[in-house]
Write a protein that binds this ligand. Structure first.
Ligand SMILES: O=C[C@H](O)[C@H](O)[C@H](O)COP(=O)(O)O
Length: 234
């Protein structure tokens, strides 16, 4: 099974958790897009949901495929969010933001009663950090913020390159008009501590560590999709 088919398998399994009438947070990325395509088929068959997109890219795809959308201001309390991830550990802590949508993704997920992560086996890790951690920063004072991130990470024993994400000839800009720093810290043994420290830096808008937010993960591999719950809750 190739990577795309694994994403479709995970998306199919996630669709079974979506009930008629739900207020649904809709994630961003290639895996979330497979889910969106399947969801659109159900909507075309008469299934009723109201979706809140986590990015402009997701909003465009949903609208193209006929999925009814509302803003988070119109629907501030959601039943379920389904989204992809760049890494998932055994406690269902995540790294997200490979597509630059982490801020809206985190706001939407935290407004949802449950979050289901969909991914293929390649995203499952023992310790977060092989994937560069995306950190969303305000463009104002970006050099000062980079220094602050570096010092904060160093206090936790983490070091690595901090690279401002580029796009074409310029810097990548998020839907909120911010920049993304990709931090190659390597293994992050205490992701919770790093998340808290980053939250305390004024220039950091948000970061891609999603700690304790996912209710379950649906992971697709060669043998099909399996459900992962947090090792902490078992
Ligand atoms: O900003 C993007 C998101 O966090 C994505 O959900 C994440 O990067 C996973 O994307 P994909 O399913 O394309 O690997």
């Amino acid at each position: 099974m190739d990577a795309r088919h694994m994403k479709i398998k995970a998306a199919e399994a996630a669709l079974a958790h979506v009930e008629d009438g739900m207020r649904l947070g809709i994630g961003t990325g290639s895996t979330a897009e497979e889910f969106i395509r399947l969801l659109a088929e159900k909507v075309a068959d008469g299934f009723r949901i109201e979706g809140v997109p986590t990015s402009e890219r997701t909003a465009r795809l949903c609208l193209d495929l006929g999925i009814p959308l509302r803003s988070l201001d119109e629907l501030p309390e959601l039943d379920l969010t389904i989204d992809g991830a760049d890494e998932v550990d055994s406690n269902l802590n995540l790294i997200k933001g490979g597509g630059g949508a982490l801020l809206r993704e985190k706001i939407v997920a935290s407004s949802s009663a449950r979050m289901i992560v969909i991914a293929d086996e390649s995203k499952v890790v023992d310790t977060l950090g092989a994937f560069k951690l995306p950190i969303e920063i305000n463009p104002f004072g970006q050099k000062a913020t980079l220094i602050a991130i570096e010092k904060t990470a160093a206090r936790l024993g983490l070091a690595g390159d901090l690279t401002l994400r580029s796009s074409g000839d310029g810097l990548f800009e998020t839907d909120g008009g911010h920049l993304i720093v990709d931090a190659s810290f390597g293994r992050i043994p205490d992701a919770d501590a790093l998340a808290r420290e980053l939250n305390g830096l004024p220039g950091v808008v948000e970061h891609g560590l999603f700690i304790g937010m996912a209710s379950l993960a649906i992971i697709a591999g060669e043998a099909g999709a399996r459900v992962m719950t947090s090792a902490r809750s078992t």
